[in-house]
Structure formats: structure tokens, C-alpha cells
Ligand binder design. Structure first.
Ligand code: ARG
Length: 251
């Protein structure tokens, strides 16, 4: 048929093909929640962009598994609810995998081992976790640090001073408003290193269990989990993960 060969038809066909099968299949962009007040895992740079270990790890995972990520600074309180509402696809926020959290969300394979540390002032006599009884203890609301302190002194004990971020709790320790802060080791060590003149000390209690960070997704989102786990396995096998680890934590 003559009309099929018409230039207009050819142009339309070419346009249709362009949309149907672009040279680079469009990669899906996923929205990632991160509470970016948690250096060295996630913090904001001068341009208000999220940077840190978690950002590098998930970005590398995405690059290997063929998807894109957009990090959105999201307050810790309510961060998990953004998964169930569908506002975010992933939470990448130094999240400890716990049995309780597993009931309401799914986790990727672990990507980092952590534990709690107690930060104290230079002249403090606190030497072990049990010494925190009767002291004012700073924690970030709803973290694993909050949980273990609750176990020690009781959930509603007014001695637990809850802050919306871990740096705020640590600043309160510098101000003398709390006697100690219980939080993840990486963040405590980083804060102390960046505030050397204040001479804060750490207490490492042997009773603290190992914790593992995972990327959280909406319960039942198998597709997202499979992509993340595939990318994680790849970056662990090809040396990318080790490179990122070294960048933030040395050997
Ligand atoms: N690992 C701890 C937890 O899961 C604290 C994580 C806090 N993360 C953050 N970006 N503020 O409870």
C-alpha cells in the first residue's frame, strides 16, 4: 500500500519506536527517606544534599542493580510510616534490624555492624551501663538506644531525656543537661572526634548486643528488596563496599 511508505507515516513510526524502546531503558527512581543528622552515615552538605556512608552504599547498590535513588531528608520520628503511606520506597538511615520492626516492615540483608556506646563528660564516674540508673540519660526518640535505656530504667522514667536527633542529645551532654547519651557507636565516635576540645569519653559495656543496619522497605515489597539485595551482593563481591567502608571508617 502506497500510504504506508508515506513520509508522515514513517515519521510517526519512528517517533513511536523512540518512545517504546529508547536506547537506554528508563531507570525507575525510588524515593529514599534518610534522617540526615547522623554523620558519618547521613548528613547534609553545604548544598543541603544528603551525603555519607549509607548514601554511598545505597547509591552504589542502585547503580549495580539498575535503578535510581533520590534521598529525601526525613525526620526520624515517623520515618517508617512513610513506607506504609507510600511516600518513600526505602528508608536508608542507619536503621537497626530488630524483631519488632520486622513485624511492620521488611529489611534488606545487613550492610553494617554496629553497637551502642555510652558518651559521658570528661569528669564522669560512669563506668558501666548499670551506673546510668538515677542519672539523666539522653537518647534519640525511638532508637535502639532509647529501647535499651528503657529496659534499664523503665519506659516512662523521667530520667530518660528524648531528643529528635542524636547530635541534639550529644550537645545537651556538652551543655551539662544530661549525664550521658546512649547511641550508635559510629555516630558517638564521629561526634567526639569533631568536638575534641570537649574531651567527651565513651563507655563500652559488654552487655550491649551487636546490631545490624539494613535498608527498610514496605512490608511485602519483594521486588524492591530483591533489587537491593542483588546490588548489595554485587558491591560486596566486587570491592565497591570495601572502598566505601574505608572512605568512612579507615581499615
Ligand atoms: N540504629 C539506631 C536505630 O535503628 C539509630 C538510627 C538513627 N538513624 C538516624 N539517621 N537518625 O534505632
Amino acid at each position: 500500500m502506497k500510504s504506508i511508505a508515506s513520509p508522515l507515516f514513517a515519521a510517526l513510526t519512528a517517533t513511536a519506536l523512540l518512545f517504546a524502546a529508547p536506547a537506554h531503558a528508563a531507570e525507575k527512581t525510588y524515593q529514599v527517606a534518610t534522617d540526615a543528622a547522623y554523620a558519618p552515615f547521613e548528613s547534609l552538605n553545604e548544598k543541603q544534599q544528603a551525603v555519607g556512608f549509607d548514601i554511598d552504599v545505597l547509591s552504589a547498590v542502585a547503580a549495580k542493580a539498575g535503578f535510581k535513588v533520590k534521598f529525601i531528608n526525613t525526620p526520624w520520628e515517623g520515618i517508617f510510616a512513610t513506607l506504609s503511606t507510600g511516600d518513600r520506597d526505602v528508608v536508608a538511615s542507619a536503621v537497626t534490624i530488630t524483631p519488632e520492626r520486622k513485624q511492620t516492615m521488611d529489611f534488606s540483608d545487613p550492610y553494617f555492624e554496629a553497637k551502642q556506646l555510652i558518651a559521658i563528660g570528661p569528669n564522669s564516674k560512669i563506668a558501666k551501663f548499670a551506673d546510668l540508673k538515677g542519672k539523666k540519660i539522653g537518647v534519640q526518640t525511638g532508637t535502639t538506644g532509647d529501647e535499651i535505656v528503657q529496659k534499664l530504667v523503665g519506659k516512662t522514667n523521667p530520667d530518660i531525656r528524648r531528643f529528635e536527633s542524636t547530635p541534639l542529645a550529644l550537645k545537651e551532654l556538652l551543655n551539662g543537661g544530661v549525664d550521658a547519651v546512649v547511641a550508635d557507636n559510629g555516630v558517638v565516635v564521629n561526634f567526639i572526634a569533631n568536638n575534641k576540645n570537649d574531651k567527651l569519653k565513651v563507655v563500652d559495656d559488654t552487655s550491649f548486643a551487636k546490631e545490624y543496619y539494613g535498608f527498610a522497605v514496605k512490608k511485602g515489597n519483594k521486588e524492591m528488596l530483591a533489587k537491593i539485595n542483588k546490588g548489595l551482593a554485587t558491591i560486596k563481591a566486587d570491592g565497591t563496599y570495601d572502598k566505601i567502608y574505608k572512605k568512612y571508617f579507615g581499615k
